[in-house]
Design a protein around this ligand. Sequence first.
Ligand SMILES: NC(=O)c1ccc[n+]([C@@H]2O[C@H](COP(=O)([O-])OP(=O)(O)OC[C@H]3O[C@@H](n4cnc5c(N)ncnc54)[C@H](O)[C@@H]3O)[C@@H](O)[C@H]2O)c1
Length: 332
Amino acid sequence: MRLLVTGGAGFIGCNFIRWLRARHPEHAVVNLDALTYAGCRASLAELEGREGYEFVHGDILDLRLVNSLLERVDGLINFAAESHVDRSIDDPDVFLRTNILGLRVLLDGLRAQQARGRRLRLLQVSTDEVYGDLGEGGGRFTEETQLAPSSPYSASKAAGDLLLQAWRRTFGVEAVLTRCSNNYGPYQFPEKLIPLMIWKATRDEELPVYGRGLNVRDWLYVEDHAEALWTVFTRAADGAVYNVGGNNEWRNIEIVRLLLRKLGKPESLIRFVGDRPGHDLRYAIDATKLERELGWRPRVDFEDGLARTLDWYSDNKAWTGGLHRRMEDGTR
Ligand SMILES: NC(=O)c1ccc[n+]([C@@H]2O[C@H](COP(=O)([O-])OP(=O)(O)OC[C@H]3O[C@@H](n4cnc5c(N)ncnc54)[C@H](O)[C@@H]3O)[C@@H](O)[C@H]2O)c1
């Protein structure tokens, strides 16, 4: 099969492509990415020019380009998105553009293929943030939890989820959806918690932590997410929705302290800063449906995943440094 992967130059997309090419080399990948500030073509440099991998620079909102690519593939996994909550608070428009209108173009591209007798499957990569905030209480998100997004980012992702549902029902498009918790691992843009803290701590810079760092997130190693996505893409029933999670909840401050310990740096580097507006206190994912129905479960425990992540960032300071400069310059 030849697969169109959109947003494959970003964090999860590039890890997915690397995972797929290593585990299932019989499947070829066409990677369409606009190379926004978060996209890094060099993250897949070792695949460039090799059989089974092709990079296309372009925007998912370009319907003509999307149509021409869909002509020559057998399925589509969409990672293309604006993904950083803080940026969505500063400038929501680009989130609405890519996460909603961009998905609409992909869905319309699938409709066009369908009209020509080619029914291609879409896997839309969504997020647990669409469920909103669990607050102080217990409980975990299931696939039946009502969507209640808090940020412009999560609202745009939730809108995408609803669009997908409507395009399935009204136009018969074939699509499946996953909602995953926080990922960590190699090649994550250094504006996100774990790579940001590693970068700053290794340079003995202050580590900014929102509020008192009490927000709770569930963490999953990115390769485990890749395997979950492939499982859902290849085996889920049309229209299925699956949560994906690591069963691995941590307060942000605990993660920061753990990283400092592993890096041999003092806690005095921590600096608490004013909280993010609308900051959700707790997310927790119940991924038992995916385990029960399709047999997926995370393989990498947190200790091991974090060790691999720390090693990778230590060996790839030039990669992080380049993207960090881009972030500080505000270049896109
Ligand atoms: N990172 C996480 O922890 C996490 C958790 C759950 C779900 N997700 C979801 O997974 C997906 C991928 O997340 P990520 O962390 O890899 O994001 P990312 O920001 O690292 O990468 C996004 C990629 O999409 C590309 N892109 C953006 N706009 C585009 C456009 N209009 N056309 C083509 N390409 C475009 C960017 O260039 C970049 O390569 C997102 O949909 C996100 O909502 C992320």
